[in-house]
Ligand binder design. Structure first.
Ligand code: FEO
Length: 171
């Protein structure tokens, strides 16, 4: 069993992952309203991935005999400035999650929570992939700017994402 400090921090991260899931879901519905159905699909799948990350940590905490405490998830925005702004926010959200995971890893190391360290290694690898995907999409939006035909192509490309081909699922 871990210390209470590690348990609290894992519960905090479970909340962060579910918050990310909810946030991606909000982004997905915004894109759908703007008729960017491919972007909407990509974000919906990402929302499911984040839900998977939350339950992965939740299952881990249960397996270690811990107590899961589900906290309130913040209400995400309804409106965004543009489709490109949605993905910019996705990128900064991922960068924030990377920092959260790094801090959690540092704490687990300090507390000698070795099983948690192994579990968190998966998340560290996952964050590299997730940041990379978001950064590439943001770069494409910056490149295309307001070219409608190219934007439609990008929307189609993002819409081809499936759960199977998405980077590193939660297993
Ligand atoms: Fe689960 Fe994208 O952080």
């Amino acid at each position: 069993m871990f210390s209470q400090t590690v348990q609290d921090a894992i519960n905090e991260q479970i909340n962060n992952e579910f918050s990310a899931s909810y946030s991606y879901l909000a982004m997905s519905t915004y894109c759908e309203r703007q008729n960017f159905l491919g972007c909407s699909r990509w974000l919906r799948i990402q929302s499911q991935e984040e839900y998977g990350h939350g339950t992965r940590l939740l299952d881990f905490l249960i397996a270690r005999g811990g107590t899961v405490v589900l906290k309130a998830v913040p209400e995400p925005p309804v409106q965004y400035k543009s489709i490109a702004a949605v993905f910019e926010q996705a990128l900064s959200q991922e960068q924030e999650v990377t920092q959260q995971i790094d801090r959690l890893y540092e704490l687990a190391l300090k507390e000698k929570a070795f099983a948690a360290l192994v579990q968190l290694q998966w998340f560290i690898t996952e964050q590299v992939e997730e940041e990379k995907s978001a950064r590439e999409i943001v770069a494409k939006f910056h490149l295309l700017r307001d070219d409608p035909a190219a934007l439609l192509d990008l929307d189609r490309e993002l819409g081809s994402r499936t759960r199977e081909t998405a980077p590193a699922t939660a297993g």
